[in-house]
Design a protein around this ligand. Structure first.
Ligand code: NAP
Length: 307
């Protein structure tokens, strides 16, 4: 971990799971001289004051005033409005970043508000839990998780390097890619799987022939993991689908085709098709474990994620 602050003053706008985890991680490794914060509600601001912010402000602009780094940690659909609110307070040479789960739409909403002389380096930490709010954060959330930065061509390399150093010091592995590519990759790895989990939990809930108590009592790992994913914040996920529409619809179209093929194999009793398919997917799971992105433990790393 790096010694000494990377930024003198960091402002976190939105003080939920991701912001609070960043604050805890920055405090643990002394990566920021001062952490200022702003959230909508007085309740969240009070929790942040108590738990992880050095100063808490009633407006986003007041929190961003004088900051070297401003991190937008609000739902994707609120990014543009918040960027507009902080714009007049940004100091020359500051960097604005965000942690939104979608990148192209956030760039379109935020970039027009960034004044000349201020750097904008969009980002997305691939780390989270199904919990939200200022009390949900913990310092190790980003450890050994990827953080993807999607700077547009022409972005100041020094500003990007400094932000990379912050994420690395919080424990992340950092990558850079084009925003459109990010959105397609995340549609495959996160957004569409969430939609499938939401659907499966909805189906179980609707199915009158299996009672709710049976679903809970007999839920093996597969369904239990779906319920965990489907418990994620509804506002955040509504915004993800509204703002990553094209990529999600493309992957969903392919998913539906594959599902029909499997449905047909089941109907036709085509065992070799099913076996070959499941053999291929099993190898993908092995690759994820070998890459250190999950554990081989039967609890799928849940015990660790909740701490
Ligand atoms: P969260 O726990 O629900 O927190 C959201 C925060 O944003 C709350 O403090 C909320 O304030 C504040 N907020 C909402 N609208 C606002 C507005 N208009 N002005 C000011 N503050 C506002 O959310 P999160 O999980 O940290 O997610 C934040 C961002 O990170 C999202 O863009 C999400 O896509 C991204 N992300 C999430 C995950 C994940 O797994 N959760 C992972 C990676 C990235 P109040 O509490 O006062 O309402």
């Amino acid at each position: 971990m790096t010694a000494g602050p990377i930024y003198d003053r960091v402002a976190l706008i939105g003080l939920g799971l991701i912001a609070s985890s960043m604050a805890h991680a920055m405090r643990a490794a002394r990566l920021a001289g001062h952490i200022a914060g702003h959230a909508r509600t007085a309740e969240t601001r009070a929790a942040a004051r108590e738990l992880f912010c050095d100063s808490v402000h009633g407006t986003a602009a007041a929190a961003a005033e004088g900051a070297d780094l401003v991190v937008l940690c609000v739902p994707v659909g609120a990014m543009g409005e918040v960027a507009g609110a902080i714009a007049p307070a940004l100091k020359p040479g500051a960097t604005v970043t965000d942690v939104g789960s979608v990148k192209r739409a956030v760039i379109a909403a935020v970039a027009p508000h960034i004044p000349p002389g201020v750097h904008f380096v969009p980002g997305h930490p691939l780390a989270g839990t199904e919990h939200s709010g200022p009390r949900a954060g913990f310092a190790t959330l980003f450890r050994n998780r990827w953080c993807i930065l999607t700077p547009e061509p022409g972005t100041d390399p020094a500003a990007v390097a400094r932000l990379r150093a912050l994420w690395a010091a919080m424990g992340s592995n950092v990558d850079e890619m084009d925003a459109d590519h990010h959105d397609l990759v995340l549609a495959v790895t996160s957004h569409t799987p969430h939609l499938i989990a939401y659907t499966m939990v909805g189906v179980a809930d609707d199915l009158g022939r299996v009672t709710d108590s049976e679903v809970i009592k007999y839920s093996a790992a597969g369904f239990r993991d779906f319920t965990r994913i489907a418990a994620s914040d509804p506002t955040m996920w509504r915004d993800v689908f509204l703002n990553n529409r094209d990529a999600t619809l493309e992957i969903l179209g392919r998913f539906t085709e594959e599902l029909f093929a499997l449905q047909r194999a089941i109907r036709m009793g085509d065992g070799p098709h099913l076996h070959a398919y499941f053999t291929r997917t099993r190898a993908i799971r092995r690759g994820i474990i070998e890459a250190g992105q999950d554990t081989d433990a039967p609890d799928f790393g849940r015990a660790k994620a909740g701490t």
